[in-house]
Design a protein around this ligand. Structure first.
Ligand code: SF4
Length: 220
């Protein structure tokens, strides 16, 4: 099955996949994506409405007190460094970009706490620039579906997805893969019995690779 066919099959299961992070502006999206690192969108959505009511834009967050911000996001992982990052990021936005979120990789990645994945999400969701953010779900699903190799890096997965899926589909395919990984092909309990991809799924190979990698690490 081609990358394009896989996308259309997933869309039969999830016809309305979209960004699930709560936000009302590009700035708020950027902050929400930074906060979502190594935690779930659902847990981020529990804290951002209050955070954004208190600090709705980079100008207010740039002047925020670290402890106060920590208080808003305390329930999510790595809250201390994330609080520092979103204040620093807001200061960068105010000082270097007049408070406007930029759209180029170079400018986005010059902001505190912003890596390629975050830049890709912002470019795709806020600016509608064809991009393919690879998070844990996209990585796992791509490997299980044979669109990438089990030992490919995140950068390699992104490169392969962009090669195998038509550019016009990238932005939607990103959401499709996330929904498929989050609600169907989950890490621990994938719904293989109902899956349209069983004939070529690489999950067993991926599990064997992960077990081997874990063993190697334990022996180090
Ligand atoms: S067969 Fe199972 S592991 Fe493979 S893609 Fe489908 S749900 Fe995921």
């Amino acid at each position: 099955m081609s990358g394009e066919e896989i996308v259309y099959e997933i869309e039969k299961i999830f016809p309305n996949a979209q960004c699930e992070l709560y936000h009302e502006s590009t700035f708020q999206l950027l902050i929400a994506v930074v906060l979502s690192a190594q935690t779930t969108d659902a847990s981020v959505n529990k804290v951002t409405p209050a955070l954004f009511t208190r600090y709705p834009d980079p100008f207010s967050l740039a002047k925020a007190d670290l402890e106060d911000v920590e208080g808003y996001i305390r329930t999510i992982g790595l809250y201390h460094s994330k609080a520092k990052n979103i204040i620093a990021l807001s200061k960068d936005l105010v000082e270097k970009f007049d408070g406007v979120v930029p759209s180029t990789y170079k400018e986005l990645q010059s902001l505190a706490g912003v890596g390629r994945k975050t830049a890709n999400v912002v470019r795709s969701v806020a600016f509608d620039i064809p991009s393919f953010a690879v998070d844990t779900h996209v990585d796992r699903v791509s490997k299980r579906l044979g669109l990438a190799k089990v030992d490919d890096s995140v950068e390699k997965v992104e490169e392969k997805l962009k090669r195998k899926i038509p550019r016009a589909l990238w932005n939607q395919a990103h959401h499709d893969f996330i929904f498929f990984g989050r609600y169907f092909c989950t890490a621990r309990h994938p719904k293989c019995q109902e899956c349209p991809f069983t004939s070529f799924c690489q999950n067993e190979k991926l599990e064997r690779y992960k077990a081997l990698k874990k063993k190697k690490k334990e022996m180090e």
